[in-house]
Design a protein around this ligand. Sequence first.
Ligand code: GLN
Length: 456
Amino acid sequence: AHLDRIAEIDDQLGAFLHVGAAEALDAARAADEAIAAGQAPSGLTGVPIALKDVFTTTDAPTTCGSKILEGWVSPYDATLTRRLREAGLPILGKTNMDEFAMGSSTENSAYQVTRNPWDVDRIPGGSGGGSAAALASHQAPLAIGTDTGGSIRQPAAVTATVGVKPTYGTVSRYGLVACASSLDQGGPCGRTVLDTALLHEVIAGHDPRDSTSIDAPIPDVVAAAREGANRDLTGVRIGVVKQLQGDGYQAGVLESFQQACATLTSLGATIVEVDCPSFSYALGAYYLILPSEVSSNLARFDAMRYGMRVGDDGTHSADEVMALTRAAGFGPEVKRRIMIGTYALSSGYYDAYYGQAQKVRTLIARDFQKAYQDVDVLISPTTPTTAFKLGEKVDDPLAMYLFDLCTLPVNLAGTAAMSVPSGTASDGGAVLPVGLQIMAPALADDRLYRVGAAYE
Ligand code: GLN
C-alpha cells in the first residue's frame, strides 16, 4: 500500500531520491513469515520506513543529496540501518535532503525540490524535508532523520509530524555520513508520539563502533509515551525559555505557543519562565562550530576514495583532479561552509572564532544545567515562523540560518528534544502547521515522550 501511495503521489512531492520496491517487498514477506511463525523480532516488524539518504545501505545508493556521491553504494550498512533490518522494518527507500544535511528547506539538494504536502508551494523544512514530507503525505508511517541543528524537529514542525533528536551518543553514528560529528544525531520521526517512541526504542543503544556512543541504559520511552497518553501531568514542572520567543516570531506561532502553555497547565503541569541568557549566542556559535567540523569531515571527498572524479584524463595532476572534482561535485552552501570553517580553524583566527565558539557552547550547556535544576522539561516554539515559500530564502543564507534559532541550543548541549504538532497559524491566507518544542536533559528522553503524548 505504501509503495502504491509513493507511485501515486511522490511525483508531486519529491520526498524520495530512491525507492527500493523489490527490496522492501522481500523484507515485508520475510516479516510476514516471522510474524506467522510467532517470531517477530520487534513490535514494528513489517512496518515500512523511509530512511534519510545520509545513512549507508548496501542495497541502495547513498548520496547525501550531493552530486559528489551520485550512484555511490556503500559496502556496509550503517548501524542504524542494520538495527532497522534486524527489527524487521522494510526500508521503502531513501529520502531527499539538503546536501550533506546543510540547510533548512531541502532546497540545497543537488537532485530535486521536495514540497510541503500541506502547501506544495512551500518548503517541507530541512535538512530532512524528504522524510517529513513522506510521513505527512502517508507515503511512509515511520521515517528516520538526522538532527545536527534541528533537521529532524524543524521539518516535523512545518509538516505537523513528530520528530525527536535523541540525547547525543544514544543513537549510533556509525555509517551516518558526517556533517558535524559533535552535533549530528540520528532520530525517529512519526505521525504520533507513541509511533515515534516505538521507533526510538529500535534505533537507540550502545554501539562499540561509534567512539562517542554512550554505554548507558536508554530510558523507557515507550512506557513514557503510554503514561503520557493518560493526559495527567500533575507534578511536572515546565520551563518556558525567555530567550526563545518575542521579536521576530510570527504572531500566529506565538499564539499557538500561548495556547500550548494553557493546555499543559490544564493537564496539571506547573509552568514557570526560565532565563537562558547564553542562548542568544547559539546561532553565532553553531555557525562557527558546524562549518569548522564540516571543513574537516568533507576533506574525505578527495576524488580518490568515493564517487565522482572529474578531470582524470591524463592531463591533470592528482591535486587538480581533486580540485576539479570538488568544484563540480559540491553545491554552493557546502562550499560556503567549507570556506568559513577553514578560515575559522586557520592559525591566527582559531582562538578568536573556533575557540570562542566552544566557550559559548559551554555557557549554553550550563544554562541548560541550571534550568533543569528547577524544571523537568523546557518548551519553546520549534520554529520562529511557519513554512516559507519555496525560493524565498535561497539567496539569503542568513535568513535561512535564522529559521534554526530555537533548535540549535539543544545540539550544542548534546541534550534531547522533540517537536510535536501544535495546531496551525495563518500566513498570507495559508493555514499552516506549527510545532511545539519540548526539551529534556541528557538521558532523560523519556520526559519528552510523556509530555509530548499528554499534549498531542
Ligand atoms: N539547518 C541547520 C544547518 O543548516 C541544521 C542542519 C541539520 O540539522 N542537519 O546547519
